[in-house]
Write a new protein. Sequence first.
Length: 339
Amino acid sequence: MPRHTDNLIRLAEALQENAEGLTLVEIQRRFAVSESTARNLLRDAQDYFGNIVPGALAGRAKRWRMLPGATRHLIAFTPEELAELDRAEARLRKEGVADGAAAVGSLRRKIRMLTTQRAEDAQRIRLETLMELEADVMRPGPRPELPAGLIEKLRAALVERRVVTLRYKSRFKSNDGTVELEPHGILFGTRHYLVAFAPGDTTTIPRLYAMTNMSDVAVTSRKFQPRAGFDLAAFAARSFGIFQEEPFEVVWRFAPQRAADVLQHHFHPTERKRVLEDGSVEVTFTAGGELEMCWHLFTWGADVEVVAPKRLRQKYAQELRAALGRLSGAEKSANPVTD
């Protein structure tokens, strides 16, 4: 194998990842090397792997790409990688995403078919050891069970931009009915939601439909035009959780004794953290979802203060009083006053 082996393998992967290929300048930038070193890398890759062919032209610059399969003999799967696949499959099953678990299990079986028997025996022993010594922390929460085939149908509708029909039972209505929807995304979490617009709806904000409340899902032949400017990641970031509200500026202040935990904690994609002179940490972000914020604040106990906005501070105080009221009522029932 030639020198600069790591860069050579990374270049081979990059030339196969990009269907249009890379220019010499792009290779220089990606590997932070001079033009002459980039040329040497490209030449060594051709000598060792072969199958490097000209790609599309980028203006007047020539692109280079590598035909698929050239690096197949270098591919090896570690027990750690296989363990993560097994764990991912188990997590998806626990979360009720049967289609996703089946897809990961299928991938795991295909990988085993590519592994030699000798390597498989050695990996199996290490993999079994890893699986015995590692486990997921128990996380309380809903474990929705999605009907088999549901995600597959919704994904097909998303990719092909087709209208779906389904029966939907709202949590706020006693009866269910048939609806037509234009799917624009899926949000996975403690509960899983389809993000969709109703055909003809002129609103810019989609609705969320709990996937556990769906039945009789069918993908129609009718296509729809996706909403211009809609961005699923940006839509999800509007809220602290699932509940969609108009975003607002949030400021939380955490006690100094929790600073290390707070600095390692991810609260929101827009978060900004600042360590104050007394050692406390101020966290600022922009999102909606007051109620879910209050639920999260409960987990920090007395070590967090809601600085802003005022309405969130009032909402949190209201939730605390309600919880204390329920606790007081339960204690009175358990210890009735007698004469």
